[in-house]
Write a protein that binds this ligand. Sequence first.
Ligand code: HPA
Length: 275
Amino acid sequence: MASTIIGELKETVAFIRSVHTGEAPRVGIVLGSGLGNLSSEIEVEKEIPYEDIPHFPVSTVEGHQGKMIFGKLSGKRVVVLSGRFHYYEGYTPAQVVFPIRVMKFLGVETLLISNAAGGMNKAFRVGDLMIIRDHISLFVVNPLLGKNDPDLGPRFPDMSEPYDKHLIEKAKTIAAGQGITVHEGVYAGVTGPTFETRAEYKLLHIAGGDAVGMSTVQEVIAARHAGLSVFAMSVITDLGIREEDNIITHEEVLQAAAAAEPKLTGIFRQLIAVL
Ligand code: HPA
């Protein structure tokens, strides 16, 4: 008997295919807080609000629109998750990663992710971009806890290279060509919704984190479990590691993300073209 999750995925995919009858997308994109503008560049074939999609949670966070967008970007068929689900909103880890699994079942092979993150590496400034080279998932709940269904992926997935090194190299070349400075670093995942205390920023930095954020890590675990290639980039929206003057607000994060967005969009657009 198929597990509940596989049954739900099949129903969701059947629904999506019934309303979007075009060719299946090979590229999936998840856009983070204040980073949704890339979706305005898509030649849209179909937009499906999350509330219409069976088994989909509904997004509640300001700055997230909550729809799946199917269309063409840089000549490639893409599906964009405009608005993602965070653990801090009260969803289970399985709900957080459900849309990632839907993308896999739709035929997606490569996943591009963006997020807003707090900078901890002392070389980082607000508005900088960081390509995620690796992550620390130990402070979030692993979405693969519980019985494993082999139709989703292996029981003990390898995580030695969660972020595809060829995609990282391509993105670095693209950024250099566009005159955009990018850092590379380790993203430390946390649950939020509190921003970190000074002691916590310090701990995460000592633990090897260059940036910290409340998304992405669970998505990447599910994506790798399912065998997707992943590329992810953070916009540094605040500098948690500063000793003084480091009160952080969601508004500040959204503003910094919006200001840096054109750089991120430029890199994503060209990366999609060469996939
Ligand atoms: N911490 C956690 N999540 C974040 C931050 C931060 O400083 N900035 C943006 N998302």
